[in-house]
Write a protein that binds this ligand. Structure first.
Ligand code: ADP
Ligand code: MG
Length: 312
């Protein structure tokens, strides 16, 4: 479906992507992962020609991407930016319907597609279709951004860290939805993340970048069982540290000197474990490097119960 052959992208003399070769199969969930600055976004944007390549070849459906009209690429390849940018003056319905309208779909067809996608995103069409983005919560807007990329039914969807701005629990429910969606609609998805846990959960295969070069391509299983080198091993090693902890729930505004009467917990305590304290206490004091931070039952409860989309 998508093939890179010895692709290099230079900015001046610096190689942002260095001699990358890989193939994404039709219907595959392909994850690009790597540290910040390793070339993930550049790679993704070269697929739909948002960024021109310097050397090598990229094929889309066995034809070089340079043989396509740019608008064709934009229509056939849905794109989700890291920061979802809905058009603020348009309604949710209009935002979703944009590409279908450009493609000349009939109004009736566009409307039923829009409603179908809103339902997929867990947003009741009757309630939300005529609202403006500002009337939705961040999580809801994020959902709209994701389904908008699917609106014209493109065979390929590119996603650049679509969930990175979300808190850990909201993110997990998004991931679950996306897996379900992928099973239902069988898209080819190229998904960028720097989160190894997310990559392992979502990817059929994972492609790990380091300073523009590909270190390893393989299934999550292969990454775990046969890391090719030290770098891969260390990257995988982060998995263990990435559970959700009490420290993830507090911010600097919670810092306090007065912890009288509150039980003290370490910031690396697993949140599920910490949660059991709240049957007894209203508030706990989380020990962090910046000092004690107070965490209330309500703070956690909000995170655990707030399905993304419930709090417009
Ligand atoms: P990632 O998405 O993995 O964080 P990017 O693909 O955005 O990484 O960037 C890869 C490298 O290319 C980085 O070193 C970045 O600084 C550099 N880079 C990205 N865009 C530009 C640009 N427009 N001009 C110069 N250098 C850039
Ligand atoms: Mg990036």
């Amino acid at each position: 479906m998508i093939e890179f052959k010895n692709v290099t992208k230079k900015y001046g003399s610096k190689k942002a992507v260095d001699n990358a070769s890989f193939r994404v199969e039709e219907g595959e969930f392909f994850v690009l992962i790597g540290p910040s600055g390793s070339g993930k976004t550049t790679t993704l944007k070269m697929i739909n020609r948002l960024i021109p390549l310097t050397e090598g070849y990229i094929y889309f459906k066995d034809k070089p991407v340079s043989d396509y009209e740019v608008y064709e690429m934009r229509w056939d390849i849905g794109y989700v930016l890291q920061q979802i940018a809905l058009f603020p003056h348009m309604t949710i319905g209009e935002n979703i319907a944009q590409v279908p309208e450009m493609k000349g779909w009939k109004d009736k067809e566009t409307l039923s597609r829009t409603k179908e996608l809103m339902e997929m995103a867990g947003l009741d069409p009757d309630t939300y279709i005529d609202r403006k983005p500002a009337e939705l919560s961040g999580g809801q807007q994020q959902r709209v951004g994701v389904v908008r990329a699917l609106a014209a039914d493109p065979p390929v969807v590119l996603m650049d860290e679509p969930f990175s701005a979300l808190d850990p629990i909201t993110r997990e429910s998004f991931q679950d939805d996306l897996i379900k969606l992928q099973h239902e609609i069988k898209k080819t998805i190229v998904f960028v993340t720097h989160d190894i846990q997310e990559a392992m959960k979502l990817g059929d295969r994972i492609c790990l970048f380091n300073e523009g070069r590909i270190e390893q391509i393989g299934t999550p299983e292969e990454f775990k069982k046969h890391p090719k080198n030290k770098f891969v091993e260390e990257f995988i090693g982060n998995l263990i540290e990435q559970r959700v902890t009490a420290g993830d729930f507090v911010s600097d505004k919670h810092v306090t000197d007065n912890i009288d009467g509150y039980p003290e917990i370490e910031s690396n305590m697993d949140i599920k474990e910490a949660y059991t304290l709240f049957t007894e206490y209203e508030t706990v004091a989380v020990q962090t490097e910046a000092g004690f931070k107070l965490l209330s039952r309500q703070d956690i409860f909000k995170y655990l119960t707030e399905k993304p989309g419930d709090s417009a």
